[in-house]
Design a protein around this ligand. Sequence first.
Ligand code: ADP
Ligand code: MG
Length: 865
Amino acid sequence: MEMAETEKLTPMMRQYRTLKREYSREILFFRLGDFYEMFEEDAKTASSILNVTLTSRNGIPMCGIPYHAAKSYVKKLLDAGKRVAVCEQTDIPEKGIATREVVQVISPGTVIDDDMLASARNNFILAAGRIGSMLAASWIDVSTGEFFIASLDLDMQASSLRKLLFELDPSEVLIQESLFYDVPAVKQAAGTSSAMVTTFPDWSFDIDASYAACTELFGTRSLQAFGIEPKDSSLFAAGVLLSYVKDAAKVSLGHISSIQQYSAATHILMDESTQKNLELVKNLQDAGEHDTLYSVLRHTRTASGARKLRSWIVRPLSGHEAISRRLDAVDRLYHTPQVLTSLRNVLKGVLDMERITTRILAGKAHPKDLVSLRQSIEASLSVYTLQREVIGLTLEDESIRTLTELSSLIDRAVFYNPEASMQYLIKPKYDHQLDALRVGVNRSSAMLEEYQEQLREETGISKLRIRSNKILGHYIEVSKSFIPQAPDTFIRKQTLVNGERYTTEALIAMESQIEDSKQQYRDLEQDIFRSVLQHVRDASECISTCADITAAIDCMQSLAHSAVTYGYVKPSFTDANVLSITKGRHPVVEKNLPPGDFVPNDLHIARDYHRFCLITGPNMAGKSTYLRQNALIVVMAHIGSFVPAEKALIGTVDKIFCRVGASDNLARGESTFLVEMHETAYILRNATQSSLIIMDEVGRGTSTADGISIAFAVLHRLLELRSKVLFATHFHELTRVDSPLLHKLYLEILEEGESITFLNRVKEGSMHASYGIHVAKLAGLPRSVIRRADAMLKQLELTRHSPGDQQELFSAAAELPSAEPQHRNTDRDILEIIDELASADINRMSPVEALIFLDRLKRRTGELT
Ligand code: ADP
Ligand code: MG
């Protein structure tokens, strides 16, 4: 069957099928003349994604796109989760069909084109596999050259992988087959990330092969320079990753000059839920960037600075010294506003050096890229000079020299002027030989002009012209009326309606001379351009260090600028296990309110008492805000940022946990209560006395009795652990627990008659009423419902100690509406009308509104009678 079909195929379709067998997971762009064509299944899929017409030839579905517009189509396919294999014609033989080869596979994690990348985010591609009980991961940002390996614990929840995915937000993930299929949590984690996920066979993961791939990449004998041993298990996934990027995607990796061990020890541990719940870089509403800590602190001026700031925020430092280094730098900038302002101006001139260099090294350079690189190097060097006295971050002298030389070389050599009529690669005066050739090329046009003059004189045809086009080359054009005057030496080339085109022996000779000199010029120009690129390649390590330092300076100025803009203060760190925040504020909520409207609050956790803050108060009173602001202040301090408070004394924290009760977090597939318990278990197992734990209304997902009991037991355990805890709850019963370690707080509200006002002020003590009914009223529940709820609450409170009586209350509870038809329920309707009248605020109505209101009531009474 298959044979018969194959025989019917044209040679080209046979070639297509052969290629397609190898690239079955990709959309194959098959080059045909000026088009990329897609066939069969690919054509069907792509035509609907790209919105191009699906046609068919000999019954084979096909669609095509013009090759010069491929970029935008590729982007659409990538966005739709597809990979694209680009197949080009590599040779056109005398007879038979062109040979074709896939020259590149484009996938979300391997693009380096600026138009397809978000500048403020790293574009990571990550590979992960299981080795023993560990998870080995490796990731690269091909566009910037950052390369990491890691070996992490692997538990049943795949927490380490989740966290990594959250932190890095990779666009593509390669997972070992058995890991993906044997550990359900891995599949689930991969599914919830936005990355394109592909599984790879187990045999492709191998430490030795990875080691070899890395040494080959760096051209070294060992990886000692990077502190990596031959049998290091964190290498396990690196080989797959490198071979995928290099062999499949055919991206050059020449710009990757180092490999880093990713270690958790130097950073505060925050799991995925914590990062999510604190809205560090993505908000809970739409996973966008707005209303996040990142959005508040991001005043960076460069793309690499923005990327670095993001990584600082998701990985706060845990070492005292490292934190102080950043914090002191921010502090000095804060106190030298002139330097801060100039830095911000100069940084604007630094373009995305890492990505530009990547393009240059990948051989996709345009003179514009080189000019951008030069500009960025120069701006970076001025940045170093500017902050030398303030932050003191800089490159080694040797590197500065290399970069200065490179920059001046580019300046002297590379021609880039978008307005110039002739585009060259190399500037005049850079190379004598090239200048001489250029003179030759220019002379040829003068030569043609002279020849034209000569011919005009000889023939007497004053309108004779020498012109050229791509098809004919050079020719002599004579209009119709002068044709009889053309001499015999003119050789006819082409006849037009209103004239003839000729050539002559002399013109043919001149032409070949012109072509020769042009070709010579182009060849030499290319050689010189390549030698400039080689200089960039030789300096690529310096460039990447330079880019890194500049990005760090950019982050520091961004933090200093935020501090100035929003009135933050420098936190103090202490070795004592305490946390003391005076007049703290929530950086995001505060920014969304009119200036001065945010009510600041204190938090004081001492070494031996008040370690557990139990926070009560009605809905909307500000509990969640208070909890999170304190966690955010701690995170900010560990990043090296100033904090929104009047004063902050912070004992270094090892881990931060933040959990939000099920009622506030419904977006997951599993039973929410089960998730809550999983997460609570995780905290109880991992917290230490240096950890900070935020629990917001945990225990809501089950019945009251269960919920209280669990909450109580958790409280008990956390008191034992002596972690720093902020625990908001609606279980008022918990406030009866008594311990010096417990600090009871509530959010103050003001009751005036029937209405309440939220003061958002944290007070010592606890609140017994929950004011749920007040909130219900604010939300506009009908009066009759509110009245009934109020009555029930009073009864319940009276019979609090007698569950039997409480149940009676519900069965005895008044005359519930009967099953009779509802339309004659006059009493209820009248009550509702009274309700409406009572709650109408006549003072706020315009005369017309009052009339409309009256009219509506009248019509309703009409329906009753
Ligand atoms: P709760 O968790 O007690 O239900 P939230 O913390 O969600 O309350 O706060 C509800 C709203 O009140 C917030 O969205 C915010 O607009 C406002 N709010 C909370 N705390 C403050 C504060 N300290 N100052 C001003 N407004 C606040
Ligand atoms: Mg809340």
